[in-house]
Ligand binder design. Structure first.
Ligand SMILES: NC(=O)c1ccc[n+]([C@@H]2O[C@H](COP(=O)([O-])OP(=O)(O)OC[C@H]3O[C@@H](n4cnc5c(N)ncnc54)[C@H](O)[C@@H]3O)[C@@H](O)[C@H]2O)c1
Length: 253
């Protein structure tokens, strides 16, 4: 594996499982040190990183934190600063549920927004100053192709993923001058612990998604790693404010 991310420190949220775990391991494989943040235990992710063939030394640390809680940011910042400060932020942690709008209450709406949108605010506020000071930074946030398609029963989730796209589009214009890029990735329905065994399986949504995509199979976290590796690398220095649809061609089919 080419060490495209050697010397970089990456904060990856939602790193205990699914796409976030794949991202954390992929960045470590490319040479980055990883601060793996999750409400859940990230030990498995850290162990997978420690098993990689690497130069000696610790390359990953787990932080148990709620990313919607501003009070958690000092711990995340301190962990990144122990390695010189965050160069890369991957804001991946999110929650999803299906509730028809007529049954949705404001607490449910706010819960989705606090994890999927407010956390992006808190994390970027905490980690951006170090990136700007060093003149290099990469922020990648997870959106979803449901923003382009709509998803009945998930108006709060889809609105939150649209907010992510608006945020990266605008913040990019403020921080490009300091060498920081800000982008989003929008997957199709992806097989992860978060989507397996729930309504998506019960309603045959994986089969439906595969059928609607140009590439007719279920997306996996591994399908997203190339986009993440690119957007967080030097090679993507002139790519900012964008949302990259990595959805097997659904939105275009
Ligand atoms: N899987 C899909 O089909 C799909 C499709 C489009 C977009 N996405 C997006 O990709 C990202 C990852 O999806 P996934 O399917 O791997 O998710 P997942 O549900 O499998 O894992 C999410 C992780 O985030 C953590 N998390 C949740 N709330 C948190 C909080 N408040 N603080 C810290 N950690 C928290 C969970 O503990 C979990 O480990 C999400 O942003 C999701 O919206 C996923």
């Amino acid at each position: 594996m080419t060490q495209t991310h050697e010397g970089k420190t990456a904060v990856v949220t939602g790193a205990a499982q699914g796409i976030g775990q794949a991202f954390a391991v992929a960045l470590a494989e490319r040479g980055a040190r990883v601060v793996a943040v999750d409400l859940a235990d990230c030990d498995e992710t850290v162990q997978r990183i420690e098993r990689l063939e690497r130069v000696e030394g610790t390359n990953a640390v787990a932080i148990r934190a709620d990313v919607s809680d501003p009070g958690a940011m000092p711990r995340i910042l301190a962990a990144a600063r122990a390695w010189g400060g965050a160069d890369i932020l991957v804001s991946n942690a999110a929650i999803q549920e299906f509730v028809p709008f007529e049954h949705m209450n404001f607490a449910q709406w706010r819960r989705i927004m606090s994890v999927n949108v407010d956390a992006l605010f808190h994390l970027a506020q905490a980690l951006l100053p170090d990136m700007r000071e060093r003149g290099w930074g990469r922020i990648v946030a997870m959106s979803s192709n449901t923003f382009h398609l709509g998803m009945p029963g998930a108006s709060h989730y889809v609105a939150s993923k649209g907010a992510v796209q608006g945020f990266v589009r605008s913040l990019a214009g403020e921080v490009g001058v300091d060498g920081v890029t800000v982008n989003a990735i929008a997957p199709s329905l992806t097989r992860t612990p978060g989507t397996s065994g729930g309504p998506q399986d019960a309603q045959g949504q994986f089969e439906m998604a595969a059928d609607r995509q140009a590439i007719k199979r279920t997306e996996s976290p591994a399908d997203l790693v190339g986009a993440l590796a690119f957007l967080t690398s030097d090679a993507a220095a002139f790519v900012t404010g964008q949302t990259l649809l990595v959805d097997g061609g659904w939105a275009h089919a």
